[in-house]
Design a protein around this ligand. Structure first.
Ligand code: NAP
Ligand code: MG
Length: 498
């Protein structure tokens, strides 16, 4: 690939890159049974990169059968946790060793800045798999207190065959947050990447093989949600669904489970997350976080800080700082290593974001920055970082997830009003509060209904802490030891010694 991250090196690597474009079942690449394929369009350049196997219900049946056999034959769940650990660590190492290629594939596929793809997305993915692997031979099961005439144990067993259905915004690392704990705990799996972003999922299947993951344990089925996703959700021999994506589709998976075999479902869904800036906060740091918490990944983040709540006494000051920071953002070609803000995933999402910009104006919000398409030559569809002022929390622009670079400014009088506004949302993914006062910070922490609360920071933490939301932001958590248990059944054993 390339040693030095320069636009010239990246462009020449792009000319030579090989796009793996098939499904991966039972340790081998294979075409879809129907022979159909769909075009993989680059969000970075607009060109068709390759044609990808379009799997459907028939491919799902085969992949589930293969994953079931691999589960039942014990090649994975019956080896020792320490052996699984070693194989998964090798898998993580191979992801890291191929970081440049995987990062380039990711940027070409979804249009995010290349520097972020390599340094963040790929690095986080490798870390997630390695962390789960490292944990798995250090967790003990339980022996309960009994009298001398009995022994009672509570043990964890893998669920069985798990399907992971993931979105396009962080394709590799959202997948890795599932792969790590699913495989570490001894399950077998089928990964369905989003139709907009199949390339890295397909490529890492080969790396899983190379690492020594037995055939049938890790399978990848590219295709559409309505076909492959739904067939996995409704399959009678799938034991668990690990979903990340929109709230609308998350609810479908709960329905699929109810209408089929009651498989366990965890869904990580959308958000409309607030940042609260109090007058005593470090206003420079708060403004910086308000900007990057919102515009990182072009606003296509589930935990984007899409509602900026500023105390009325410091609003003008904070807003001025935010505008200065936003104007300095390097918006441009996703393949250029100096780019900080890249492309929108596709035309459909572009139209959706633009429609919200129009809706906000119709609702009476005041457009103070951006609002237009960025004109540049890379072939990417891009939208300017966009901010609205004079927003009321009841407006659609403050209630609905845009999933693009659009933020709103809302003012408040005191922490109680800020908490009430922050909680006035069907979502509850994350929140960020900025204050030097411990009692204000803790009051917020105790009252806010979000899965993560960040105090004087945003998106901080690592694999040690769970990630996921309250309310319609989902059910279940990724990351941490809790995510390992999500993919396990609990078994009670009571031994009579009398
Ligand atoms: P999406 O449209 O819900 O798609 C997610 C996955 O579900 C894709 O693989 C998709 O396949 C599949 N799918 C779509 N329709 C389906 C159906 N009828 N039945 C079964 N599967 C179906 O979400 P997205 O647009 O890719 O991603 C954006 C959303 O993800 C946002 O709402 C964002 O907040 C959320 N997200 C949440 C988190 C979190 O951790 N909470 C993290 C990242 C993103 P196809 O696209 O191939 O059709
Ligand atoms: Mg989609």
């Amino acid at each position: 690939m390339f040693d030095e991250l320069t636009l010239k090196n990246i462009k020449s690597s792009k000319e030579n890159i090989i796009y793996r474009n098939q499904a991966f079942v039972n340790g081998e690449y294979t075409n879809s049974i129907s022979g159909k394929s769909f075009p993989c369009v680059s969000a970075a350049t607009g060109e068709v990169l390759t044609e990808v196997a379009e799997c459907d219900e028939k491919d799902v049946d085969i992949a589930v059968q293969v994953a079931r056999e691999a589960f039942d034959n014990g090649s994975w769940r019956s080896i020792t946790p320490a052996e699984r650990k070693q194989i998964l660590i090798k898998f993580a190492n191979l992801i890291e060793e191929n970081a440049n290629e995987l990062g380039l594939l990711e940027t070409l596929d979804v249009g995010k800045p290349i520097t972020e793809s390599i340094n963040t997305d790929v690095a986080v993915a490798a870390d997630a798999i390695r962390w789960s692997a490292e944990a798995i031979d250090k967790i003990n099961d339980e022996v309960v207190p009994t009298g001398p005439n009995a022994v009672g144990t509570i043990t964890h067993e893998p669920l069985g065959v798990i399907a992971a259905v993931v979105p396009w915004n962080y394709p590799l690392f959202m997948a890795a947050w599932k792969i790590g704990p699913i495989l570490a705990s001894g399950n077998t799996m089928i990964l369905k990447p989003a139709e907009q972003s199949p390339l890295t999922a397909i490529r890492i299947a080969e790396l899983a093989n190379e690492a020594g993951i037995p055939k049938g344990v890790f399978n990848v089925l590219p295709g559409y949600g309505e076909t492959v996703g739904q067939a996995l959700g409704r399959h009678g021999d799938v034991n668990g669904i690990a979903f990340t994506g929109s709230t609308v589709v998350g609810k479908l998976f709960l329905k699929y489970s109810a209408e089929s075999n009651m498989k366990r479902v965890s869904v990580e869904c959308g958000g409309k997350s607030p940042i609260i800036i109090m007058p005593d906060a470090d206003l420079d740091a708060a403004a910086e976080t308000a900007v990057w918490g919102l515009f990182y990944n072009q606003g296509e983040s589930c935990d984007a800080l899409s509602r900026t709540l500023i105390h009325e006494s410091v609003k003008d000051k904070v807003l001025a700082k935010m505008l200065a920071i936003i104007r300095a953002i390097n918006v441009g070609d996703p393949l250029d290593p100096s780019t900080e803000f890249g492309a929108i995933i596709d035309q459909k999402q572009f139209d959706r974001v633009m429609s919200y910009i129009a809706i906000a104006q119709q609702e009476g919000a005041k457009l103070i920055l951006g609002g237009n398409q960025v004109k540049e030559n890379s072939g990417a569809l891009m939208i300017e970082p966009t901010l609205f002022d004079n927003v009321n929390n009841n407006m659609r622009i403050a209630q609905e997830e845009v999933f693009g670079p659009v933020g709103v400014i809302i003012t408040f009088k005191d922490i109680d009003e800020a908490i009430a506004i922050a909680n006035d949302s069907k979502y509850g993914l994350v929140s960020s509060v900025w204050t030097k006062d411990l009692s204000t910070a803790f009051k917020f922490k105790n009252c806010i209904r979000t899965g993560s609360v960040w105090i004087n920071c945003h998106d901080a933490g690592d694999m040690t802490v769970p990630f996921g939301g309250f309310g319609e932001s989902g059910v279940g958590r990724d990351r941490s030891l809790h995510s390992l248990h999500k993919y396990c059944e609990l078994k009670t054993t009571w031994i009579n010694l009398a």
